[in-house]
Design a protein around this ligand. Structure first.
Ligand SMILES: Cc1cc2nc3c(=O)[nH]c(=O)nc-3n(C[C@H](O)[C@H](O)[C@H](O)COP(=O)(O)OP(=O)(O)OC[C@H]3O[C@@H](n4cnc5c(N)ncnc54)[C@H](O)[C@@H]3O)c2cc1C
Ligand code: FES
Length: 284
């Protein structure tokens, strides 16, 4: 068994997070699959819906018993098919794939998780790893409107580890009004060099938000990680569709998590994505 072997698993549970977003639970230890690879936060799986397609999805949680979860936004053909699945239906899972978020050994570091929309999925998984290590974290979650903010109950139920939770919406319908990057910039406005050195930012969400965060972190010398999305076909470094110019780094193999010093060298970051034919499009 390798991480690229498709495992057929039964859906154990389905949770409605908000309109258009569902979390799907399955168990990767069940069945005669001949091996088990422990995943890490930031990694993703290729989810195969028989007769439809195979799409990349970050893990939003996993536990010691082999229960994994993905949190899926219904945006097109395959994600819609996933939304129509029921408990006890089967899906194919390939993974865990890609790299992961790295947590520091130094427990004095201030960990800040900044996400937007469905980008909260891998950050929820990271928050579980942080709590397992008994570390504290701050969360800044942004969404266009109140309905886009997910996992609020999850974060509220773990407030022992939560130093601070800031929610924001573009229209001010919940929490602070503004983008997550603006809220972050405001939060650190009176921080000094020592504070910056002691912080690590983990982020996932719309790439223009990630790019803005990257610029703030670069300017202030803050350690920064971003999880990127690109269209994928193989998910394992074979087709080249998720390549980033000019280094040719592959989001599926070298990422999806990239540190600031690598992002600096990626011309595509914050500017271009590719469609399924490989054609470059301007990021909006
Ligand atoms: C590493 C990684 C992790 C991801 N994690 C999650 C997650 O946790 N939850 C989640 O809901 N989605 C996640 N995505 C995005 C998800 O893979 C796409 O939304 C999905 O592939 C769309 O498939 P579809 O058939 O439903 O849509 P399609 O009918 O193929 O397309 C609908 C729209 O989605 C866009 N799209 C298609 N594929 C991708 C893609 N791979 N990335 C970004 N946009 C895409 C298309 O350009 C189009 O605008 C992740 C993507 C990557 C690369
Ligand atoms: S999706 Fe094929 S190389 Fe990344």
């Amino acid at each position: 068994m390798t991480k690229n072997t498709i495992k057929t698993v039964k859906i154990k549970d389905i949770i409605n997070e908000c309109k258009g977003v569902k979390t799907i639970y399955f168990n990767m230890k069940e069945g005669n699959h001949g091996g088990y690879i422990i995943p890490k936060a930031g990694q993703f799986v290729m989810v195969w819906v028989p007769g439809v397609d195979e799409v990349p999805m970050s893990l939003s949680s996993y536990d010691d018993k082999g229960n994994w979860a993905i949190t899926v936004k219904d945006v097109g053909e395959c994600t819609n098919a996933i939304h129509n699945l029921k408990i006890d239906d089967f899906i194919g899972i390939r993974g865990p794939l890609g790299n992961n978020f790295i947590l520091p050994n130094d427990s004095s570091k201030k960990l800040i998780l900044i996400g937007g929309g469905i980008g909260m999925a891998p950050l929820k998984c990271l928050s579980l790893e942080i709590m397992k290590k008994n570390l504290e974290f701050t969360i800044i979650e942004g969404g266009k409107v109140r309905n886009e903010l997910i996992f609020l109950d999850h974060f509220q139920s773990y407030d022992e580890w939560l130093s601070k939770a800031i929610y924001c919406t573009d229209d001010g319908s919940y929490g602070e009004k503004g983008f997550a990057s603006e809220i972050f910039e405001e939060m650190i406005s009176d921080f000094n060099e020592k504070d910056f050195k002691n912080m690590i930012i983990y982020s996932c969400g719309p790439e223009l938000m990630l790019f803005k965060l990257f610029q703030i972190c670069e300017k202030n010398n803050i350690e920064f990680f971003a999880s990127l999305e690109r269209v994928m076909r193989c998910g394992c470094g074979l087709c080249g569709l998720c390549g980033l110019d000019p280094l040719g780094l592959l989001v599926c193999k070298d990422g999806p998590v990239f540190p600031l010093h690598t992002l600096k060298k990626i011309d595509d970051f914050g500017k271009y994505k590719r469609d399924f034919t490989g054609k470059k499009l301007i990021l909006t």
